[in-house]
Every structure is written in C-alpha cells, then in structure tokens.
Design a binder for this molecule. Structure first.
Ligand SMILES: C[S@@+](CC[C@H](N)C(=O)[O-])C[C@H]1O[C@@H](n2cnc3c(N)ncnc32)[C@H](O)[C@@H]1O
Length: 212
C-alpha cells in the first residue's frame, strides 16, 4: 500500500505504487485516434504542436507520422528519458516553470494526472488564438467542487470524447478500473458536448506478457 492514508477496501490486493512523475505511456493506437479526430477539424492549423510531459514520445511519433510538416515540440521533466527522434525540439524541463516565446496551435498529450489542472492552465498561456488543447485524462476529472468553481468556470471546455475501450497503460492489456476521456478546449466553440472515441491498439502497444 503506497500510503497509509489511502483506504484500500481490499487489503489482499494492494494498490500499485504510483510511478515516478506519473509515467504511464499512452497506447499508440489511442494517441493516433486523438490526433486523427483533432486533425479532422483543426486541420492545417495544427502547424506548431506541443506535447508537454512527452515521456517516451508517443504523441510526437504519431503526430509526425500523420502530419510530417508539423513542427513538434516536447517538454519532459525526466532528464533520463532520451528525446524521441520525431520531435523537432525537445526540452528536458519542468513544464510548469518552462519559459518560452513559442506559441502553439495544438497542445496535445497525456499529462501527469496529479498535475493535470496545472498543465491545462499553463497550456492556455502558450496557446494561439484558434488553437486547441487536447488532453487524455480520467473521466472523473470532470468532478470536484473546486474545479467546478475554478477550472470549468475559467476555461470553456468544448468536448469530452469518452474512450469506449478502456486503455491499458501497462502494455499487458490490463486496465486500472478508471474510465478515460479526451478533453478538448478550443477557443470559440459552442456548448460542450460528449462523444465516444473508438480506437484500437496498434502492433506493439501490447508488448508485455499477461501477468497472473
Ligand atoms: C502520463 S505520462 C505520459 C507520457 C507520454 N506523453 C505518453 O503519453 O506516453 C506523463 C509524463 O509527464 C512527465 N512529467 C511529469 N511532471 C512533469 C513536469 N512538471 N514537467 C514536464 N513533464 C512532466 C512524466 O515524466 C511523464 O513522462
């Protein structure tokens, strides 16, 4: 059990400790579905793309494969992670204190859940007019009184695309029991709407052996 303050209703099955910096790699198939869906309406405006908390570089790889002409920038706290070659620029820095003059049409990725709100707020400071922020988050992120009065009030959410297939972040197909969704903020849309995002694992996404 990672913390004595977290109530675990089933002590025989201890909670897995959280990984350092919330490093949970996104299946490429899901990143691809996020990029395709965003591209379908943002299109050529997605020229300058930022992936904050880039990790192993799934989003950069998929973005470049989809749109070779886009300029893709990654920011990653963990200095031990090698920059993925798909990125045009890579900064081994804390995204929340990262200083840059660059501005982006698309900020897309899977931020550390423990810093999700901070990542969203920082992203708005780096977003061009008519740009979009597209983040994979737990569906439960919608809840909470503080966010209802704060974040959801401060920034207009445009779309919640629920991952109809629950993603595995462990490479073995096992899921963590949370529902996930792709949240899109795009300045200037109407009322927020809910859709369902269909996606499939790609070859290589399920690399780990099924355990137990
Ligand atoms: C959920 S993982 C996602 C990794 C990758 N984007 C993917 O989708 O596979 C979150 C990533 O954010 C990084 N991270 C955590 N805190 C950060 C910070 N303050 N600044 C930049 N990166 C951070 C972690 O090291 C980790 O690589």
């Amino acid at each position: 059990v990672s913390s004595p303050f977290i109530y675990n209703p089933n002590p025989k099955k201890p909670y897995a400790p959280r990984r350092a910096n919330d490093l949970y790699p996104t299946p490429k198939g899901l990143a691809q579905a996020m990029v395709s869906r965003t591209w379908s309406w943002l299109g050529p405006r997605a020229k300058d793309v930022l992936d904050p908390g880039a990790g192993g570089g799934v989003f950069g790889e998929v973005m470049k494969r989809h749109e070779p002409d886009a300029t893709v920038v990654g920011v990653e706290l963990d200095k031990t992670l090698e920059p993925h070659p798909a990125y045009d620029y890579w900064y081994s820095e804390d995204y929340l204190t990262w200083q840059t003059d660059m501005r982006f049409n698309l900020i897309i990725g899977n931020p550390p859940y423990s810093l999700a709100e901070e990542f969203i707020r920082k992203s708005f400071t780096l977003l061009r007019d008519e740009g979009a922020i597209v983040f994979l988050l737990r569906l439960g992120f919608l809840g909470g009184q503080a966010r209802a009065r704060g974040l959801w009030n401060d920034f207009h959410l445009d779309e919640v695309a629920i991952c109809s297939r629950r993603p595995s972040f462990t490479g073995n197909g096992k899921t963590d029991g949370h529902e996930y969704a792709v949240f899109t903020w795009a300045k200037g849309w109407g009322a927020p709407h809910v859709v369902w995002l269909e996606w499939e694992y790609e070859a290589g996404d399920l690399y780990a052996k099924e355990t137990r």
